[in-house]
Design a protein around this ligand. Structure first.
Ligand code: 13P
Ligand code: SF4
Length: 359
């Protein structure tokens, strides 16, 4: 492990320095040995994840966990982690965890100098929009999103020409370039409220066609939808979910609203990732099926010890690009730094801020 990390450091040093690294300097790579001290100092964190991380794996995670937590203090950095991050990130190094709305709100409230986004690129951009003077890092800038990649700013301008005067609502799973072209943002937890706040009889809703269908089912406002989809949630089918129900009538089925409408219709509840977690914690069902990304069940399991999780999950390859070794690299080398053209950022910030101001 030590040899491998030295090789990684040599390669990393050879890479060009980020602007943040030139301003603040890089740090020496800490030791990543599994020692009695590391074991002792991380024992309370292993207690949190022992239900989902086998003991044989902990000596590989623990040296990173200790090094990351030490360097966060040295750098005055915080880690914002989405609910889809792996359990060792979610439970052992994150300062703040949540759904997209919670992370956007908390990014704005942080007094750290550096924010490390445990999540995908659009989330890091949202943090930058709300913290223009802070250093925002994403441990792997290739962590994208099929929804964010389904639409461009030029597409939004074309939609406005096609539907003159119709306001545009953008799911936060969009690039800053798209946010700069729209009227207001929303997340899966406030989409209906945002749509109805505009006081009009129709809106353009982008980019997720399934979230659009699920919102349309809850409001009288006519929804004109874009055609994007989440590559993780669109794979679930109503047939497979109904089969689980038929085999286990007591099973509670909870879906994310990025799933197709038919999947939500055969579920007991649909909500953002935070709403799904709240449902499991407050209702404490005996057995539950979370129709969403794989890490959710692991993360809720650490907080709901008496619930049994049935696990037909789908993995988000973008979320899984974020790992402990890459988070450590971010802290040592201050990369990958997220920057947004200030003029574009000023326009994009307005649409995010309008959403936040709705409360
Ligand atoms: P929420 O956490 O806001 O429900 O979003 C889910 C998602 O897919 C984020 O990429
Ligand atoms: Fe994008 Fe879907 Fe992955 Fe979320 S789960 S980041 S919406 S691809």
């Amino acid at each position: 492990m030590q040899v491998q990390s030295n090789l990684v450091q040599q390669a990393a040093v050879a890479a060009p320095l980020s602007g943040a690294a030139m301003r603040l300097g890089i740090l020496p790579m800490p030791s990543l040995a599994w020692t009695p001290e590391v074991e002792r100092e991380t024992a309370h964190l292993y207690e949190k994840v022992k239900r989902v991380i086998p003991p044989v794996e902990w000596p590989f995670h623990a040296p990173y966990v200790k090094a990351i937590n030490d360097l966060k203090r040295e750098r005055n950095a915080v880690i914002l982690a989405h609910n889809y991050q792996t359990p060792e990130i979610y439970n052992c190094v994150a300062d703040v965890v949540g759904d997209s709305l919670q992370l956007a709100r908390l990014a704005g409230a942080s007094d750290a100098d550096i924010i490390i986004q445990g999540g995908v690129h659009f989330m890091a951009e949202t943090s930058k929009l709300l913290n223009p003077n802070k250093t925002i890092l994403i441990p792997d800038s290739k962590a994208g999103c099929s929804l964010a990649e389904s639409i461009t700013g030029a597409d939004v301008r074309a939609l406005r020409k096609q539907y003159p005067g119709v306001p545009v609502v953008a799911y936060v799973n969009t690039s800053a370039e798209v946010k700069a072209e729209v009227d207001i943002c929303c997340t899966s937890s406030n989409a209906v409220k945002v749509v109805e706040s505009l006081g009009v009889d129709r809106v353009i809703f982008l980019p997720d066609r399934y979230l659009a269908q699920n919102v349309a089912a809850q409001t009288k406002v006519k929804i004109i939808a874009w055609t994007g989809a989440c590559e993780v949630h669109e794979r679930f089918t109503a047939q497979e979910i109904s089969e689980y129900r038929a085999n286990d009538p007591d099973l509670k089925i909870i879906a994310h609203p990025e799933c197709p409408r038919e999947v939500v219709e055969v579920s007991d509840f649909a909500g953002s990732t935070a709403a799904m977690i709240d449902y499991v914690k407050s209702q404490a069902p005996k057995r539950v099926l979370l129709v969403t990304e794989c890490s959710m069940a692991d993360n809720v399991a650490t907080e709901a010890p008496h619930v049994e999780f049935v696990r037909p999950c789908n993995l988000c390859p973008h979320m899984k690009r974020i790992t402990l070794p890459k988070i450590l690299d971010s802290l040592v080398y201050l990369r990958d730094e997220v920057t947004i053209d200030p003029a574009l950022a000023a326009r994009a910030r307005l649409s995010v801020q309008r959403m936040i101001d709705l409360g």
